[in-house]
Design a protein around this ligand. Structure first.
Ligand code: DX5
Ligand code: ZN
Length: 225
């Protein structure tokens, strides 16, 4: 089970300090939300920010591009120190070349899907991805409420994993608190992106530990192949 605090919910006046908090919290990944003001109605940060915090920690950098033209950003984020880059399936015909490009840069390949988009859109890419990111809110802002109707998508992605014997991670992103994380774990998720819930705790370490304990307890029984 992978716990991934989202830097979107950090104090923007102290990115270095916040990165240090994540480093010492025991979190597995740091989730980095990149918003372009076009694909989503908000702007966050770019590759220079990622490059500036990269020397502070060896934690896995999970870059989530909520951008209309990710092709212009893959090399900059790769150079900045991303370990994994996710693009959105809503980009249609652009998706296949984007996934190949991410792979050719030596990075883990992620694909994200918004709440209104059918999970069937993901199916053609299952063999190319390391990570499926199921958005559990409409992306753009932290602090929104979890959309429960996204749970069947996690179950479907998990069923495909078993049927096709694939090993991509299934992540959930948006409105993940201690209760919704358990619901997602039960449905088959194994990566938990959480901004507001984790960053608003005084002790990030205690929050990460608590979320890990809860999702471990809620995981479905692993079937025997
Ligand atoms: C939503 C972002 C999320 C966001 C989650 O647009 O992709 O990663 O940071 O934040 P919370 O956990 O506050 O919903
Ligand atoms: Zn995200």
């Amino acid at each position: 089970m992978i716990i991934a605090p989202s830097l979107l919910a950090a104090n923007y006046g102290r990115f270095a300090r916040e990165t240090e908090r994540v480093k010492s919290s025991g979190a597995d990944w740091l989730h980095l939300d990149v918003m372009d003001g076009h694909f989503v109605p908000n702007i966050s940060f770019g590759p220079d920010l990622v490059a500036s915090i990269r020397p502070l920690t060896r934690v896995f950098f999970d870059v989530h591009l909520m951008c209309s033209k990710p092709e212009i950003l893959l090399e900059p984020f790769s150079r900045a120190g991303a370990d994994q880059i996710s693009v959105h399936v809503e980009l249609g015909d652009a998706v296949t070349p984007l996934l190949w490009k991410i792979k050719s840069l030596g990075k883990k390949v992620g694909l994200a899907i918004n709440p209104p988009t059918s999970i069937a859109m993901i199916q053609p890419y299952l063999e190319q991805i390391d990570f499926l990111l199921v958005m559990t809110v409409n992306p753009g802002f932290g602090g929104q409420s979890f959309i429960h109707e996204t749970l069947p998508k996690i179950q479907q992605a998990s069923a495909w994993q078993r049927e096709k014997r694939l090993s991509y991670h299934i992540g959930v992103d948006g409105g993940i608190d201690f209760r919704t994380a358990a619901d997602c774990a039960h449905a088959g998720a194994d990566v938990f992106v959480s901004g507001t819930t984790i960053f608003r705790q005084r002790s990030l370490g205690a929050a990460v530990k608590k979320m890990r304990r809860i999702v471990e307890a809620a995981r479905p029984n692993t079937p025997l192949f």
